[in-house]
Design a protein around this ligand. Structure first.
Ligand code: AMP
Ligand code: ZN
Length: 506
C-alpha cells in the first residue's frame, strides 16, 4: 500500500500526509446533486473529480466506503435557509406532478449521465427523504446539547453560542462571525432568529408547502445542511476520513454541517475536507440559474456538448474526450470550457488511446539490456505514481504518460528502441498504461465500444431518446424535431416501437 499519499485539506489550508482513522479503510462522503433539474456539466466535473479520487484510493489498496447522497428535500431557492420555496416542490408545482416524480426523473437522468462519463457508483447513495427520522434525532441532540432553540415550530442553530464555545465556526470557509452577524438579509422569518448568523435546522411548513413530516416541533421539513450531517454520521461514523464537494458548498453548507455535527456529537466530523473547483464557461461559473443581466444561463448541457448544438462550440465531443479534458486540470483549479481546449483534449485522448494500443500489441522479442533506457522508463513510471499521490495531480501524471507516448509510437514505426528494455520494465510500462488509463482515469476506448455498437454511444443514444420522449410528452415539438433532424444528418434512424424506441446507424 502506498503510504505516501498527500491531500490538501481545506480545513488546515495545507497539504497533509494521509493517515486514515482505521488502517486500510477509508470513509468518504461527497455532497451529491439536488435532483430538481438535469445535471449540468459543472456538477459532472465535481463528480468526475471525486470519481478519480475514489478510484485512486482503491488502486493503492484501501477499502473505501464512498457515500454520495441525493438531495431530494430542504434545498431552498437561492440556497436560503428559510422563507424560500424548496427547489423540488417548486418544480413539482410548476409541472403539476408529485415531488417524488421530479426526484425520480432527475435521479435517473443523473445516473445515466454518470454512466456515460464512466464514473463508478458510490458504495451507498442515501436520500434525504429516506433519513427524516435520523435528522429529527439529530435536531433533538443539538437542542439537548444547548446549541439550538425552537421558535414557532421551527428550530434554529445557535451559531453565536457554538462559536463562543468551540471556536471553530468559520474555520473552513474563512468567514468571520462578526461580519455574518451584521449582514442583514431581507428574508421571511429572519426575525424569528436570535441572531442573523443562526440558521434553520427544522422548518415549520406553511400551508402551501407540500413536502412535510411530523416532528416534535411542527409539521415541517429539515434544513438543507442537516441531511449531510445525519447521513454521513449514520454511514461513516461521528468522525470519518474525507468529506468532499464543490468549492461553492464551503459556505454556508459545509461550515454549517461542521457546526451541526459538533453540536450533536461534540466532535469534529471529517478529518479532511476536500473541495473541487468550479467549471467555468467564458471565464464565469457555469450555473443553471438565469443571469439577471443577460437573461440567459451561463451553462451548456452535456447533451449539447455531445451534439455540438450550442453557440459556444463548433462541433460535438464524445464523453471520453470530455472526461479527458476534465482530467487535464487539477481538481483544485478552475477549468474554463472553450472550443479550442476541447479540440486539443480530443486530440490528446486519441493519441493516448492509440499509443496504448501500440504498446499492448507489442510483444517482447526477449533479451534487452539497455540499462540507460531501462532506468529512464522506470523513473518516468515512478513519477506518474508520485504525481498522483501528490494530492491527486492528474494533469502532471497525464503529462508523464505523454512523455512516454513518442517512445511507444516508435514501436509502430519500427525503430524498436523498446527491444532494448528488459521484459520486466516493458511489462511494468504496459501495466502502468492500462492501470492509469482504465482503472484510475476511468477512460474507455470509444473506438472499440462504438464499433461493437455498445458502450458510450449506446448510453448517449439512450439519453437522446429519453430527451426526445420527454420533449414529446411536453409538446415541445421544437426540441423533438431538432433531435430527429440532427440524427438524420448523422444518418441515425429512430424507430418508435410499441413500448420503446430503438435506433440504428446506416
Ligand atoms: P447542486 O446540484 O447544485 O446541489 O450541486 C451538486 C454538486 O455540483 C455540488 O458539489 C456543487 O458544488 C457542484 N457544482 C455546482 N456547480 C458547479 C460548477 N460550475 N463547477 C463544478 N462543480 C459545480
Ligand atoms: Zn452536503
Amino acid at each position: 500500500m502506498n503510504k505516501d499519499l498527500v491531500i490538501y485539506n481545506t480545513l488546515s489550508g495545507d497539504k497533509e500526509k494521509f493517515t486514515p482513522i482505521n488502517d486500510g479503510y477509508v470513509g468518504m462522503y461527497v455532497c451529491g446533486p439536488t435532483v430538481y433539474s438535469d445535471v449540468h456539466l459543472g456538477n459532472c466535473r465535481t463528480f468526475v473529480s471525486f470519481d478519480v479520487i475514489y478510484r485512486y484510493l482503491k488502486y493503492i489498496g484501501y477499502r473505501v466506503r464512498y457515500v454520495r447522497n441525493i438531495t431530494d428535500v430542504g434545498h431552498l431557492e437561492g440556497d436560503a435557509d428559510t422563507g424560500a420555496e424548496d427547489k423540488i416542490s417548486k418544480k413539482a408545482r410548476l409541472e403539476q406532478v408529485e415531488p417524488m416524480e421530479v426526484v425520480q426523473r432527475y435521479t435517473i437522468g443523473f445516473h445515466d449521465m454518470m454512466r456515460i462519463f464512466n464514473t463508478e457508483p458510490p458504495s451507498i447513495e442515501p436520500r434525504a427523504t429516506g433519513h427524516i427520522i435520523e435528522q429529527i434525532e439529530m435536531v433533538q441532540s443539538i437542542i439537548d446539547n444547548g446549541y439550538a432553540y425552537e421558535k414557532n415550530g421551527s428550530v434554529y442553530f445557535d451559531t453565536l453560542k457554538f462559536a463562543e464555545d468551540k471556536k471553530v465556526y468559520g474555520k473552513l470557509s474563512g468567514r468571520i462571525l462578526e461580519d455574518l452577524m451584521v449582514e442583514t438579509r431581507d428574508l421571511n422569518k429572519q426575525d424569528e432568529k436570535n441572531n442573523p448568523a443562526d440558521f434553520a435546522i427544522w422548518i415549520k411548513a406553511d400551508e402551501s408547502h407540500i413536502m412535510r413530516w411530523n416532528s416534535p416541533w411542527s409539521i415541517g421539513f429539515p434544513g438543507w445542511h442537516l441531511e449531510c450531517s445525519a447521513m454521513s454520521t449514520k454511514y461513516l461514523g461521528k468522525t470519518f476520513d474525507i468529506h468532499g464537494g464543490g468549492n461553492d458548498l464551503k459556505f454556508p453548507h459545509h461550515e454549517n454541517e461542521i457546526a451541526q455535527n459538533w453540536g450533536a456529537c461534540n466532535c469534529q466530523p471529517a478529518n479532511i475536507w476536500m473541495h473541487a473547483n468550479m467549471l467555468l464557461m467564458n471565464g464565469k461559473k457555469m450555473s443553471k440559474s438565469i443571469d439577471p443581466e443577460t437573461g440567459v444561463s451561463n451553462s451548456i448541457t452535456p447533451e449539447e456538448l455531445f451534439t455540438g448544438d450550442n453557440p459556444n462550440i463548433t462541433k460535438g465531443f464524445s464523453p471520453m474526450a470530455i472526461r479527458f479534458f476534465m482530467l487535464q486540470s487539477h481538481y483544485r483549479s478552475t477549468l474554463d470550457l472553450t472550443d479550442e481546449a476541447l479540440i486539443a483534449a480530443e486530440k490528446g485522448y486519441r493519441r493516448l488511446m492509440e499509443a496504448q494500443k501500440v504498446l499492448q500489441n507489442f510483444t517482447h522479442p526477449g533479451g534487452g539490456s539497455a540499462a540507460d533506457l531501462d532506468s529512464e522508463i522506470n523513473q518516468l513510471i515512478d513519477n506518474v505514481h508520485k504525481d498522483m499521490s501528490n494530492d491527486f495531480n492528474t494533469p502532471m501524471a497525464m503529462a508523464r504518460l505523454f512523455e512516454l507516448v513518442p517512445k511507444v509510437n516508435g514501436l509502430k514505426e519500427e525503430h524498436l528502441s523498446f527491444v532494448d528494455l528488459t521484459s520486466e520494465t516493458l511489462d511494468r510500462l504496459k501495466q502502468t498504461f492500462s492501470d492509469y488509463i482504465y482503472t484510475i482515469f476511468g477512460l474507455m476506448d470509444e473506438s472499440e465500444s462504438a464499433a461493437a455498437g455498445g458502450g458510450a454511444l449506446d448510453g448517449v443514444m439512450n439519453l437522446v431518446i429519453d430527451i426526445r420522449k420527454s420533449a414529446r410528452e411536453n409538446k415541445d415539438w421544437g426540441t423533438s424535431d431538432k433531435i430527429r433532424d440532427t440524427l438524420k444528418e448523422l444518418e441515425i434512424q429512430l424507430k418508435d416501437g410499441k413500448d420503446r424506441t430503438t435506433w440504428s446507424k446506416n
